[in-house]
Ligand binder design. Structure first.
Ligand code: GLN
Length: 237
């Protein structure tokens, strides 16, 4: 078995080390003897239909603008994969564009692809800092956020977590990120996966589940990852 990881727009959408999420997935598979292949998607490229994990990072408003047309072009392919329960992680800028739209502070609407039922509008100030959230499925999750966008969840989206420290979706309702099927959208940079190995392993497990019934992931020694998590959680906002 080889897991195919689709990395969306690695050049345009890669803030605060988001690329480290792909490295984490590859390494945690490699340490268990699971083969991977990373497919870097840039505007104009086709989307293979045998993708096992989708990942997309954050990006500045101007870079969201650059990929807007291509994203719309591949929307149906991505929708099909997410509807087929392909595990997906999208951060900040691409989280916003997996929703309905992101309206910038200049009032420009960058259109999203409506996979996650959320809408986002830039607020008067940027929400910046370390963030800690609690989640039912992965326990405490830590990261770093920096966004102007204020995101509201629609009826079909569940929050990814509840804010313990930081701002989350909008600094107002204590929700952070969104879940739809096996797709997670979140504001957590950092990158998120090295310091939150439970989330990384969940993505890997969901990918393998589509090939095998009741797969088990070999246990890894996460003492360094857990220490990094603890340090991040103890930092002031
Ligand atoms: N441009 C978006 C915002 O500021 C996304 C930023 C990001 O991906 N960190 O809300």
């Amino acid at each position: 078995m080889k897991l195919k990881i689709l990395h969306l727009y690695p050049k345009e959408m890669n803030l605060y080390g988001d690329h480290g999420n792909v490295l984490t997935l590859v390494k945690r598979c490699e340490w268990r003897g699971i083969k991977t292949e990373v497919i870097e998607h840039e505007p104009g490229d086709p989307i293979p239909d045998d993708i096992d994990i989708i990942f997309g990072g954050g990006g500045q408003d101007s870079n969201q603008n650059k990929i807007e047309d291509d994203l719309r072009h591949i929307a149906m392919d991505l929708k099909k994969l997410v509807e087929n329960n392909v595990p997906t992680l999208v951060i900040c800028g691409l989280y916003q564009l997996f929703g309905d739209y992101f309206e910038t502070s200049e009032g420009q609407k960058i259109k999203g692809i409506n996979i996650i039922d959320v809408t986002t509008k830039a607020g008067p100030e940027r929400l910046i800092g370390n963030i800690v959230i609690s989640t039912a499925e992965y326990g405490e999750v830590v990261g770093y956020e920096n966004h102007s966008g204020l995101t509201k969840l629609g009826e079909k989206a569940k929050p990814f977590g509840t804010v313990i420290k930081g701002y989350g979706n909008n600094g107002d309702d204590f929700t952070e990120g969104a879940r739809y099927k096996n797709c997670i959208g979140t504001y957590l940079h950092g990158p998120i996966l090295p310091k939150n190995p439970r989330v990384a392993d969940w993505l890997i497990l969901k990918a393998i589940e589509r090939h095998q019934t009741k797969p088990k992931l070999e246990h890894l020694n996460d003492s360094i990852e857990n220490r990094a998590h603890k340090v991040a959680a103890s930092r002031p906002q």
